[in-house]
Design a protein around this ligand. Structure first.
Ligand SMILES: Nc1ncnc2c1ncn2[C@@H]1O[C@H](COP(=O)(O)OP(=O)(O)OP(=O)(O)O)[C@@H](O)[C@H]1O
Ligand code: SF4
Ligand SMILES: [Mg+2]
Length: 337
């Protein structure tokens, strides 16, 4: 009898209308974020600096600074309602089913302990195995992330590694307990292009082997194209467009996405990195009441300054939050404002 592989259609992660605010701030730093990630899928979260990418990941990990408060919304991770977990339950999930590679390279590595000790500790915290077995698992994961002379490296300290090797160890640390969701916040930004390509290839291989879902935070459209199947574009605490990689690259609809991609000549040339859009993200105290992008949008009309656009379906899961989609008709007419 042949076994039919079980395909779990339920999303690994579902964020719905998540709102987060810093104490004393007049506006939400996350203003109604909704995202879904399925098993084995990578969702890239892109947007300019300060748009709320890291705050989204910290909210998910239960690691928001104490000055930030979740106002409303749902965070469902597998069978766990993340908003109802006790600190103890959250700590049990982190580094186990839910893992993160932090933006700051040394965040997850302790400079005073050897790699072997740190990796073994991470195993023993979540799996009931002896120190000896934990060390074997540590060795296997170092080999899996292609650390040369892995056995010897178990005795090394983090500062004895190159940047690329340290990043591999961070990936090993994040994956050692087979997480169902891996959050990677700019995991390759600090690395040179060759090492970056190797690390991305490694993440792709490991994801294919394990079916881990990945939330990849990045500024780099080259990284998006390399690893992601889905993309969510954030601006000033909101998701303004989301869809498949194909839809977002071939048919970006939100003026902000179009600007980032450099697809409109006046907004910059197409290149690997996100393009620069004239102007800056509004400060919280000057956040527009209507569309948050209105102060920088070449297509803004009076309605945009008064009303908030909601995400509109454009077919096949592609959505954009703009009153003027589809934009082709305005661009064809040479129209802007
Ligand atoms: N501890 C804090 N107190 C007050 N505001 C904060 C704090 N941490 C972050 N912010 C604000 O929250 C917003 C979102 O920050 P976040 O770190 O999520 O941005 P990001 O999209 O990850 O940017 P980058 O690409 O630079 O990493 C920013 O405007 C930032 O100023
Ligand atoms: S709603 Fe208006 S201001 Fe906002 S992106 Fe669309 S056209 Fe621009
Ligand atoms: Mg960040």
């Amino acid at each position: 009898m042949t076994t039919i592989p079980f395909h779990d259609p339920a999303p690994v992660l579902r964020l719905h209308n998540l709102k987060v605010q810093f104490v004393g701030s007049p506006v939400s730093v996350l203003d109604g974020i909704s995202l879904t990630i399925k098993s084995g899928e990578t969702l890239a979260l892109v947007g300019e600096s300060g748009c709320g990418k890291s705050i989204t990941s910290l909210a998910l990990m239960g690691l928001l600074p104490s000055s930030a408060q979740i106002l409303s919304g749902e965070m469902q991770f597998r069978s766990h309602n993340l908003r109802q977990l006790s600190p103890r339950e959250y700590a049990d999930l982190r580094g186990n089913e839910l893992a993160m590679i932090f933006q700051e390279p040394m965040t997850s590595l302790n400079p005073s302990f050897t790699l072997g000790d740190q990796l073994s500790e991470a195993v023993m915290r979540h799996q009931h195995v002896s120190r000896h077995i934990a060390r074997d698992i540590a060795l296997q994961i170092l080999e899996k992330v292609q650390i040369p002379a892995a056995e010897m490296r178990l005795k090394a300290y983090p500062h004895q590694l190159s940047g690329g090797m340290r990043q591999r160890v961070m990936i090993a640390m994040a994956l050692i307990n087979n997480p169902r969701l891996l959050i990677a916040d700019e995991p390759t930004t600090a690395l040179d292009v060759t090492i970056q390509a190797q690390i991305l290839a490694l993440l792709n291989t490991l994801k294919a082997e394990t079916g881990t879902a990945v939330l990849m935070i990045t500024h780099d459209l080259g990284v998006v194209a390399e690893v992601a199947q889905q993309v969510a574009v954030m601006y000033a605490g909101q998701v303004v467009e989301q869809g498949s990689v194909e839809a977002i690259f071939a048919d970006p609809q939100h003026p902000y996405t179009i600007g980032l991609m450099g697809s409109i000549p006046s907004l910059g040339a197409r290149k690997g990195q996100l393009s620069t859009i004239p102007g800056t993200v509004p400060l919280p105290e000057a956040m527009p009441k209507g569309c948050r992008f209105a102060t920088r949008c070449p297509f803004a009309q009076s309605r945009c300054h008064a009303e908030k656009p909601a995400l509109q379906p454009l077919g096949r899961g592609h959505q954009a939050a703009c009153f003027r989609v589809p934009l082709e008709q305005h661009i064809a007419l040479g129209e802007t404002a």
